[in-house]
Design a protein around this ligand. Structure first.
Ligand SMILES: Nc1ncnc2c1ncn2[C@@H]1O[C@H](COP(=O)(O)OP(=O)(O)OP(=O)(O)O)[C@@H](O)[C@H]1O
Ligand SMILES: [Mg+2]
Length: 471
């Protein structure tokens, strides 16, 4: 089912929106700053012009002795204040009201006015605002008048307006290009950032369809790289579990099929009259049924002993006590098999552990049964216990036969049996040590197999102690 909008487009729009907002804010800030800067620049220009007007007006005053020559004489006035380099329009015929000089782009001539020494208007702009700039006109050190200028409030004249409009137009163009560029970059970034995520999503989809061989490339060291690594690990574990499950099911069905086939054959022989129905025949049937029953019990035990199963009832348990009791129960069996049982464990000492006593008994019984089954008559089993600060180490060492070195790592696998115990008469299903490992690991301990110096097998079990050793 496609999800819309995809995370790529969401990220794309998020980045794009951020860029657009930044571009708009910058455009607004730039516009304000441009307008103010532009006005400031124009006003500064004008002040400089005002400065050049002062000596012109002073010398005109000195010539006439007063300002009367300028009163009601705008033509004269404009010719006096015209920008330098402009032709005088005074003499041009046919002009009643002279226009301000054409190159006076900022309209300065219309905003400047002349005041007499008492600050009364002589000529020029009559609307003097309070922020008008006043400069003195001095003749022989005496103030004879003032030249006043109303500063710009806004850009209003044609050329300045055109300049401003041009600026606005190019800023729209720049803004448009910036947004297009931002969209392109946002699209590339969104695709680039999310590429690993898309790969992981596709791989997860393949995994759900049962393709456990699927892997993703770990391209970075960030969270996405970690995710890819974890994904690969997950796929590996799932694949391994699936393989184990298949092997386990195959083993289970094989183990069940063999005694069933034997049973079926024997029953058919009885039915056909090939074999007489004697007590011995019935005993044989019963033994097959018993084998089946034990296998099913073992499988059940195995499932119960799996770490995390609810069937553990742990309490303060003296491991050495459980071991002594388990060994006592096997004494008779060992005597029958002519195997000596030696115990080298601290007497009158307890080693408490937070454990399920029934499961511990099962662990020791499995190890004792193996020793009894896979040790030649005349041999011996030596059990030792070494107490350490926080752990207890138990060793079960027997005499020959042992287990070839290459088989040692597989002993704890389900259904693993040594070659010589392949025959059903001596060997079991190969679940005993797998159950042992489950029990030990459920008690946070370890179990390992190695060759015994006595010539047989050595099983080493380490279990954590609850409160150290007590005497
Ligand atoms: N003390 C031992 N000496 C020699 N070989 C051993 C010893 N204990 C186990 N083995 C070998 O390890 C194999 C696995 O043992 P495990 O207890 O798991 O299964 P099993 O005894 O064959 O069957 P089960 O215990 O399920 O009845 C055995 O088949 C045997 O070959
Ligand atoms: Mg066994």
């Amino acid at each position: 089912m496609p999800i819309r909008p995809g995370i790529t487009s969401k990220l794309f729009f998020a980045i794009l929106l951020t860029c657009v907002v930044i571009a708009l804010a910058m455009a607004a800030a730039m516009r304000t700053s441009f307008n103010q800067g532009f006005l400031g620049y124009l006003n500064e220009q004008e002040e400089q012009r005002l400065e050049t007007l002062r000596p012109t007006l002073a010398s005109a005053y000195a010539q006439h002795g007063n300002w009367d020559f300028l009163r009601h004489n705008p033509r004269r006035w404009f010719s006096l204040i015209r920008p330098p380099g402009m032709p005088a329009s005074e003499g041009s015929p046919g002009r009643q009201r002279p226009a301000p000089p054409e190159s006076d782009l900022t309209g300065l001539s219309l905003r400047v006015s002349l005041l007499d020494a008492q600050k009364n208007l002589v000529i020029g702009n009559p609307r003097l605002s309070p922020d008008a700039k006043l400069k003195t006109i001095e003749v022989d050190g005496q103030t004879v008048g003032w030249v006043a200028l109303v500063p710009f409030q806004q850009v209003s004249t044609g050329a300045a307006l055109r300049f401003q409009a041009q600026q606005l137009k190019s800023s729209y163009l720049i803004g448009g290009i910036a947004i297009l560029l931002a969209a392109l970059v946002a699209w590339l970034l969104a695709r680039m950032f999310l590429a690993p995520l898309r790969h992981i999503a596709a791989a997860t989809h393949r995994l759900t369809t049962g393709d456990y061989a699927t892997r993703v490339e770990v391209a970075s060291r960030d969270e996405l790289g970690q995710l890819a690594e974890d994904f690969n690990h997950l796929a590996l574990t799932l694949g391994k579990n699936e393989k184990l499950r298949r092997a386990f099911m195959a083993d289970v069905s094989h183990e069940l099929r063999t005694p069933l086939a034997v049973l079926k054959g024997e029953l058919e022989a009885l039915q056909d009259g090939v074999r007489p129905l004697t007590p011995a025949a019935i005993l044989s049937l019963q033994s097959e049924v018993a084998t089946l029953g034990k296998l099913i019990d073992d499988l059940y035990e195995l499932s119960l002993s799996d770490a995390g199963a609810l069937s553990y009832r742990k309490s303060q348990t003296d491991i050495l006590d459980v071991l002594r009791m388990a060994a006592d129960a096997f004494r008779e069996r060992f005597a029958q098999r002519e195997i000596a049982l030696e115990m080298d464990i601290p007497t009158r000492q307890a080693a408490f552990c937070h454990a399920d006593p029934d499961r511990l008994r099962q662990l020791f019984a499995n190890l004792l049964e193996n020793a009894a089954r896979y040790t030649d008559a005349g041999g011996k089993l030596v059990i030792t216990a070494a107490l350490e600060q926080r752990t207890i180490k138990l060793e079960f060492q027997d005499t020959k036969p042992g287990v070839p070195d290459d088989m040692l790592p597989h002993l704890f696998e389900r259904f693993f049996r040594g070659e010589q115990s392949r025959s059903r008469s001596t060997g079991g299903a190969g679940l005993g040590l797998a159950i042992c490992r489950n029990i030990v690991e459920s008690h946070q301990g370890t179990i390992a197999a190695s060759a015994s110096p006595l010539g047989g097998l050595r099983i080493t079990v380490t279990l954590p102690l609850a409160n150290g050793v007590t005497s």
